[in-house]
Design a protein around this ligand. Structure first.
Ligand code: NAP
Length: 207
């Protein structure tokens, strides 16, 4: 697939808005030029991360994966790397050009120490980018999967349930909880399109 731009007429208001803060198509065009497989397309952000590597490995047999990276990723069967630096590149353009059936949003500043040291960056990457992706997914009716953390709870007791009130105690957890709330608001009219997983610490070999 060489060219992904096909969704909206050039002058539609939605397209115009999305183009305002986009990088060029060339910058976002998936790097592989293999033919479309006609499998449902899944856009995975943070595909080079610990969970992302595992997710794309598990999904690649059944889906066409658009996998974002910002440091390099080799194309493989059904996996097309898409270069996307989340601190500056447009989330709206990413979704518009990929045009996925589902978004799995894994990209985050996910280390607690890094978040505490760079709270503004953590907020930008973990909250603002997630919110903008949610907004564009909502407009386009694209289901979004978001991975939050059990660290939204302070851990003073165990056996938390979904309805318990989060009490995040560090910057990382606060950004994930803030993102949860923002996404829930964005999808308020279409809650069936949003899935939030609060994951405990995952471990294993190389994703
Ligand atoms: N693993 C866990 O135990 C766990 C538990 C609860 C929730 N989660 C959540 O699950 C998601 C994935 O976690 P993970 O453990 O896989 O995290 P990870 O290994 O740190 O992966 C994070 C991903 O985000 C990308 N990324 C970071 N900054 C970026 C930027 N500025 N622009 C573009 N991409 C950027 C990274 O790319 P590079 O590799 O190129 O830096 C990587 O692909 C996160 O949202 C995390 O909060 C994870």
């Amino acid at each position: 697939m060489g060219h992904l731009k096909k969704d909206f007429p050039p002058d539609s208001p939605r397209n115009k808005h999305e183009k305002e803060d986009c990088m060029s198509e060339d910058e976002l065009t998936p790097e592989s030029t293999s033919e479309s497989t006609k499998k449902p397309r899944v856009l995975v952000t943070g595909a080079t991360g610990f969970l992302g590597q595992r997710v794309i490995r598990d999904l690649a047999g059944s889906y066409e994966i658009h996998a974002t990276h910002h440091g390099g990723l080799e194309p493989s069967d059904n996996v097309q790397p898409v270069h996307w630096g989340a601190s500056s590149a447009s989330p709206e353009a990413l979704v518009a050009l990929s045009s996925p059936e589902v978004l799995i949003h894994l990209m985050a500043l996910a280390r607690t120490e890094a978040c505490s040291q760079q709270p503004e960056l953590a907020h930008r990457l973990n909250v603002e980018v997630a919110g903008r992706l949610a907004h564009v997914c909502c407009l386009r009716g694209i289901p979004m999967i978001f991975t939050s953390t059990d660290l939204v709870f302070d851990g003073t007791r165990g056996m938390y349930v979904e309805e318990d009130i989060p009490v995040p105690i560090n910057t990382y957890a606060r950004t994930k909880w803030e993102a949860e709330q923002l996404l829930t608001q964005e999808f308020a009219d279409q809650p069936h399109l949003l899935t939030i997983f609060r994951i405990g610490l995952s471990y294993g070999w190389g994703g």
